[in-house]
Design a protein around this ligand. Sequence first.
Ligand code: IMP
Ligand code: MG
Length: 170
Amino acid sequence: MKILIPADQIQQRVAELARQIARDYHDRPLTIVGVLTGSLIFLADLVRHLDLHLRIGLIQASSYRGETTTPGELTISPELLPELRGRHVLLLDDILDTGQTLVRLVERLQTLEIASLRTGVLLRKIGRQQVAFEPDYTGFDIPDAFVVGYGLDYNDEYRHLPYLAVLKDE
Ligand code: IMP
Ligand code: MG
């Protein structure tokens, strides 16, 4: 495995994103909805920088299945969502790859009569997007490689790594 972004750089950038989000939401309560499971670590680090009226919700979406690194069918499980009607929502995911996951989740959340919706991702893969979609907050643009760590997995492994690494082909 080759380290792509070391832990201290991730922490620095997450703190910057938090400052930006805190400025944008200083005058209204915010609900951050994290996309399970990949956004878990990003979400946990980000919210601890936010001195805001803040709620946290979770939604599960999975497109990568088992031992494959190409996208499969998307499953959305909204059972963990809190009441979102009238709320200002920031949807947070680990990575924007083809863009299908976030576009589908945005469509879903917009049916819930929320007050506003923005999106944030830690990573955006260059040259992979299949749909025109621009997150409101992006941590890093990265090259087209399969990455693990800081919440991102391969077959549910490596999520706990504090850095981001490129998984080499076996
Ligand atoms: P999209 O729908 O193609 O944008 O894929 C988004 C989802 O695919 C993310 O939430 C990740 O769970 C997963 N994913 C995409 N690229 C990677 C990667 O390089 N490593 C690990 N997971 C990835
Ligand atoms: Mg994911």
